[in-house]
Structures are given as structure tokens and as C-alpha cells.
Design a protein around this ligand. Structure first.
Ligand SMILES: Cc1cc2nc3c(=O)[nH]c(=O)nc-3n(C[C@H](O)[C@H](O)[C@H](O)COP(=O)(O)OP(=O)(O)OC[C@H]3O[C@@H](n4cnc5c(N)ncnc54)[C@H](O)[C@@H]3O)c2cc1C
Length: 303
């Protein structure tokens, strides 16, 4: 029986593991893919204090090395089910293995939102991408589109403008939500064309992406733009499906405040998966620390 099982080894889960280990809890860190979470594919993280301009992979590796230094116990696996088990919790992994724990920290983060248009699923990996840092190099000297208006979309477009012949940025409004400094940098790129007030109707092509059809909401006109690739950056959605019916949620985000306590006793939600104002590495790491502090109090009361 563990004191704590942490589900997900992104920045929030790894920060929780560091605090739990230092609190001398019997803790297990579970991860279904590679430790690091979303930042692994981030070109540059320039706002994590103390390590300016670090690339996402290196930052994730620093978190992971810190866990190893403290000899955090880890396991590969995806949690498929969570059930109440007396005073504690029973977690079933995708392979069927059952783990018992007194507390659970849900650190499952978030994933890219889909557009849900024809061609998106069919051409995924054949010109349709959700990661400019991972796939941008395949489109050197080609023409691509970026969809979205937030920080990630604008960062992606700036990054791609350095590699590609032309970048269209398709945004449903005529103003960007992204930081002003990023928008200024994007506007300075000569090979970027702004396609404002427009939504994507379909992504077209036989075996490869050949074009995107956009609908201008103001003029009502449809336009087909020839492209080789399209990068979708329209936000994120929570990886919370496994815990439906176990903890209360708001549009899929697990309801929890600064203490990270959820509606279920002994379950804490940290990082991007919980209801919060700002989803970043620094707030994810802070949640990891706060959740362990809450859990320590809970474990004392449980005795
Ligand atoms: C392109 C991009 C750029 C970004 N740039 C910045 C930036 O510059 N600065 C910044 O501060 N933030 C940035 N962010 C945001 C930052 O990456 C997130 O806020 C942060 O990663 C959240 O950490 P997390 O641990 O909550 O979740 P995640 O990083 O999403 O990690 C969750 C982990 O849980 C695992 N998991 C999910 N479900 C299960 C399951 N059922 N069982 C086991 N494991 C599971 C996943 O595989 C993943 O490893 C960026 C994000 C993106 C996508």
C-alpha cells in the first residue's frame, strides 16, 4: 500500500514526487508515455525563473533527474480506472495490474484540441500536425498554415516562418490573444500572411495535405489555400476521462483550488488538469508542492 500514487510525470507530477519523497512518503510516480509531459516538445521555455531560454526537453530532463536523485519509485503504465477501496483508493492499470494507495495525485495534464473538420483525422501525420517544434523541419522551404490565435499558435508561426517559404496564420478573430511581444515579432516576418476572421472548413488532399478551405465569417466567402502542411494550435483539453464520476469536474477540468483537494477525500488534482487561471510550468510545479502539503495533513488524520 502506497501513501501516494502520482498519475502523470509532467512538471506537476514530478514536482509532487520531489515534495512527497522529501516528506518521506511511500510514493509511486506513474507515466504512460515519456516523463516530461507537454514541455518535451516545446522549442523554448523562456519564463521559468532561473533558467532563461531553456528548451523544453532540457527543462523536463532537469525535473526528471531531480526525481532520480531522490530515488523516486517509477512505473510505466496508464491508469485506466480509479475506485474507492476502504479508506484508500485502488488504481487499475491498462494491463490489468491493481495498485493500492492511501492518496492519489492526478497530474494527467492536457492534450491538444482538435478542429473536428473533414480531413483532419485522415491527414494526421500526412501534413496535419499539432507540434511545430516536432514536425516543422519536414516543411523546410514549403508553404504551411497555422491555425489559432494564442501564444502557442503565434510562437509556432514565428518558428515556421524561419524555415518555410510561406506561412498563413488562420485566426477566427482579427486580433490575437497572444502576448503583444509575440504578435509584434510575428508581424515583422515578411513571409507570413494573416487570414483573419476565418475558420477552417476542411483540410484537403489525397495522401498528403494539399490545401485548406477557410470560411471568412465577415464576408461569407470561402477560400482554398494551397499548402503542404497545417499546424493546429487551438488550445488544449484535459486528460481527465479516467476520473469521470470519481471527482467533480467543470467542462472536463477537475475542480480544485490552491490546496489541490478535489471532491473525493484523498484525491488531489495538480497542474493543467485542474480548474485554474494560468496553465504553465511554474503553476504546475507549485500545485505539486501544495498537493503534497494537503496530503500530508490528510494522512495524519487518517492514522
Ligand atoms: C507547445 C507548448 C508550449 C508551451 N510553452 C510553455 C512555456 O513557454 N512556458 C510554460 O511555463 N509553459 C508552457 N506550456 C505549458 C506547459 O507545458 C504546461 O502548463 C505543463 O506542461 C503542465 O504540466 P502538467 O504536469 O500539469 O501536465 P502535462 O505536461 O500535460 O503532463 C501530464 C503527463 O501525464 C501523463 N498522463 C496522462 N494521462 C495519464 C494516465 N491515465 N496514466 C498515466 N499517465 C498519464 C501524460 O503522458 C503526461 O506525461 C506549453 C505547452 C505547449 C503545448
Amino acid at each position: 500500500m502506497y501513501d501516494m500514487i502520482i498519475v502523470g510525470a509532467g512538471p506537476a507530477g514530478m514536482a509532487a514526487a520531489i515534495y512527497a519523497k522529501r516528506a518521506e512518503l511511500k510514493v509511486l510516480l506513474l507515466e504512460r508515455a515519456t516523463a516530461g509531459g507537454q514541455i518535451i516538445n516545446t522549442y523554448e521555455v523562456d519564463n521559468y525563473p532561473g533558467i532563461p531560454g531553456v528548451d523544453g526537453f532540457t527543462l523536463a530532463d532537469k525535473f526528471s533527474t531531480h526525481c532520480d536523485r531522490l530515488e523516486v519509485e517509477r512505473k510505466d503504465g496508464e491508469v485506466a480506472k480509479a475506485e474507492k477501496d476502504g479508506a484508500g483508493w485502488k488504481l487499475t492499470l491498462d494491463g490489468g495490474e491493481v495498485l493500492e494507495t492511501k492518496t492519489v495525485v492526478i497530474a494527467t495534464g492536457a492534450a491538444n484540441k482538435k478542429l473536428g473538420v473533414p480531413g483532419e483525422e485522415e491527414l494526421r501525420g500526412m501534413g496535419v500536425s499539432y507540434c511545430a517544434t516536432c514536425d516543422g523541419a519536414f516543411f523546410r522551404n514549403k508553404e504551411v498554415a497555422v491555425v489559432g490565435g494564442g501564444d502557442v499558435a503565434v510562437e509556432d508561426a514565428i518558428f515556421l516562418a524561419r524555415l518555410c517559404k510561406k506561412v498563413y496564420i488562420i485566426h477566427r478573430r482579427d486580433e490575437f490573444r497572444a502576448a503583444k511581444s509575440l504578435v509584434t515579432a510575428l508581424k515583422a516576418c515578411e513571409n507570413v500572411e494573416f487570414v483573419y476572421d476565418s475558420t477552417v472548413s476542411s483540410i484537403n488532399g489525397k495522401n498528403m495535405t494539399e490545401s485548406v478551405t477557410v470560411h471568412n465569417k465577415k464576408t461569407g466567402e470561402d477560400r482554398e489555400i494551397a499548402i503542404n502542411g497545417i499546424f493546429i494550435a487551438v488550445g488544449i483539453e484535459p486528460n481527465s476521462g479516467t476520473f469521470e464520476g470519481v471527482v467533480e469536474m467543470e467542462n472536463g477540468w477537475i475542480k480544485a483550488g490552491e490546496t489541490c483537494e478535489t471532491s473525493a477525500p484523498g484525491i488531489y488534482a495538480v497542474g493543467d488538469v485542474r480548474t485554474k487561471q494560468l496553465r504553465q510550468v511554474i503553476t504546475a510545479a507549485a500545485d505539486g508542492a501544495n498537493a503534497v502539503t494537503s496530503a500530508e495533513r490528510y494522512l495524519i488524520e487518517l492514522k
